[in-house]
Structures are given as C-alpha cells and as structure tokens.
Write a protein that binds this ligand. Structure first.
Ligand SMILES: [Mn+2]
Length: 325
C-alpha cells in the first residue's frame, strides 16, 4: 500500500465522522500528539470550539507550548486524564500513531483524523489523508460538514494549523485547495499579520541556544547533508528545539538537513529533505515516521556519536536510492 496516496473515500468517511459527532450525547475528548505543533494545537482547538458551539460536552486535553499559548483561553484546555468515562468518544488529531497521543488513554470510541502517511489507521473511524497539507485542513472540512456557523474564534486556530504546516504557505503542500480554504478562513476575520508575527516570538534563551546549535554545523557527502545538534551543556524546551532544523535546512546545496538533540529517551532527530530525497524514508529506516519532506525519529539507548553514525548510514542509503551517491 502506498502510504502517501490520498484517501479515496475522504468525504464519505469525514461525513460519517460528522454524523457520529453530531449524534454523540456523552463526553467527547479531543487530544493530539506529544510535543504539539501549530497543526496539533490549531486543529484540536478549532474542533473543540466547533463542538462546543454545537452544544457538545467537549473536552480538550492539551498542554499548548509557549509559542502557541496565545491561541486558547486557559479554561479551554484540561489536564491529562488517566481513564475516559464509559461510553466516551475520543477524537485524536494529527497523531501518526496511538503511542504519540498524549494526555489521554486511547480508549472508548476512537476517531483518528490525520494526514501522516505512516499512520496505521488505528481507531474505530480513521480518516487519514496524506494529500492534505495539515490535519487542520481536514478539520476545516469537518466543521463545514458539522454545519456549524464559522466564527473568528473557530477560524483562527484552524487557519494557524494550515499556516504552520505549510511553512507560511511556502511548502509544496500549499495547493490551490489549501489557499482557497485559507482565504475562506481569512474571510471569517482571521488576523493574518498578527498571527504570523506572534508565531515567530521566541525567548532570549532560544536565540542563545541557536548560537550553540549553529556552532555544531557540519556538512557531509560533499554538502548534500547538513547536520547540527544541541550542545550537551545547553538545555532548551523541545518546542524551541523543534525549529532549529528549519534554520539549517537552508544551507545551499544541502538536500537533507538533520538536527539531533539528546532527550531522556534517547536522541531525537528531525529531518528535512528536498529534490526527490525522502526524509520519510530516512526516518522510517531510523524507526520513526512523518512526511516525505519532513520527518523524525527517536533513537533509543544511543549517545550522540552513535546517533550520528546511524543517521549518516540512513541518509547515505536514501541518497543512493535517489541517485545522488
Ligand atoms: Mn500536521
């Protein structure tokens, strides 16, 4: 099976999700993946607000990172729960696998909405469409199907999810359809300039860490691969660390960028690629997953040096497959 093919029954399945959600009388839990990004927070908050507007007993379990905390009100997100009540419905968004879901156990009637091709289609109702730029794009369609009247409060997080997963409409996933949806959302009062500005805010600590990361920059395979890592003496929150790969990926001539940092569970790697080279293939070889241009993995039980070795091996294999080596 081609993990990246569009979902042929997208609208049928999404319509079924809308019907189920409209019919639910009990609590509907909404959750997303660990280390949530703009799409994770945006898609789940947008759906939460739409379900609330429908009068549903919706609960959004999340811990928004600092740079996204301007989106929700504090009373909108709730703390992790150990068990879901009997008969609960759980909607998980943007989570490539059940183990990535954070804050709730994956139980009850599970609806899985995602755009990661590597998603194993877990849950009772899975709508996984890798042709979609963002899970928020799917939530845009779902809210339309729910028949809720759009408001700025609903449109803003959904728009933010699309904005961040398309790299501010710069990535190849920015299709005419994506721009049409984004334009429609702008029409509901989304403040584009304000949001793009807010999303770039970082702490002074972040900029110091960036200096440390850039001091580790190295080129491999004649410049086809650029790598950098977080120096061992530097600590930054994962949400800050996430963005560093987005800086080094612009090294001219590099087809692959890999950023590594030590975490409790091992070494986490973020991978970006272009020019027919698949970050997803590299990530899968390292035991992770993601999209073709952007993917990641966590290498368990290795130190930084061993992680570099494995990364170089996996990248070499992919560069060979793509005909560059
Ligand atoms: Mn996403």
């Amino acid at each position: 099976m081609d993990g990246n093919a569009p979902e042929p029954q997208y609208w049928e399945k999404l319509r079924l999700v809308a019907e189920v959600l409209r019919a639910v009388e009990g609590p509907i839990y909404i959750a997303t993946h660990v280390d949530p990004d703009g799409d994770a927070i945006g898609s789940s908050l947008g759906l939460y607000r739409a379900l609330k507007a429908l009068g549903k007993d919706a609960r959004w379990v999340a811990d928004p990172p600092r740079f996204l905390r301007f989106l929700p009100k504090e009373e909108e997100y709730s703390d992790p729960v150990e068990r879901l009540p009997m008969g609960a419905t759980l909607v998980v968004l943007d989570s490539a696998e059940p183990s990535r879901v954070v804050g709730v156990p994956v139980e009850g009637f599970v609806i899985n909405l995602d755009h990661h091709g590597t998603n194993p289609r877990f849950g009772h109702l899975a709508v996984v469409d890798p042709s979609k730029a963002a899970t928020a794009e799917m939530v845009k369609d779902l809210i339309d199907l729910l028949g809720v009247a759009w408001t700025e409060e609903m449109a803003t997080p959904v728009f933010t999810g699309i904005l961040t997963d398309t790299g501010n409409f710069r990535f190849a996933n920015t299709t005419p359809e994506v721009l049409r949806k984004a334009a429609e959302l702008l029409g509901y009062g989304v403040k584009l300039a304000e949001i793009t500005d807010r999303l770039q805010y970082r702490t002074p600590h972040y900029f110091k860490a960036l200096g440390g990361v850039l001091s580790t920059l190295r080129f491999h395979f004649g410049g086809l691969l650029v790598t950098a890592h977080l120096p061992e003496d530097l600590e930054v929150p994962e949400e800050d660390s996430d963005g560093f790969v987005g800086v080094i990926r612009y090294a001219e001539g590099a087809l692959v960028a890999v950023y590594l940092r030590r975490r409790e569970e091992g070494v986490k790697v973020s991978i970006r690629s272009r020019g027919g080279v698949s970050a997803q293939n590299i990530a899968v070889r390292l035991g992770g997953g993601g999209h073709v241009p952007a993917a990641g993995a966590t290498l368990k039980g290795v130190d930084l040096e061993q992680a570099y070795e494995r990364v170089l091996e996996a990248v070499a294999e992919e560069l060979r497959r793509a005909g560059y080596l």
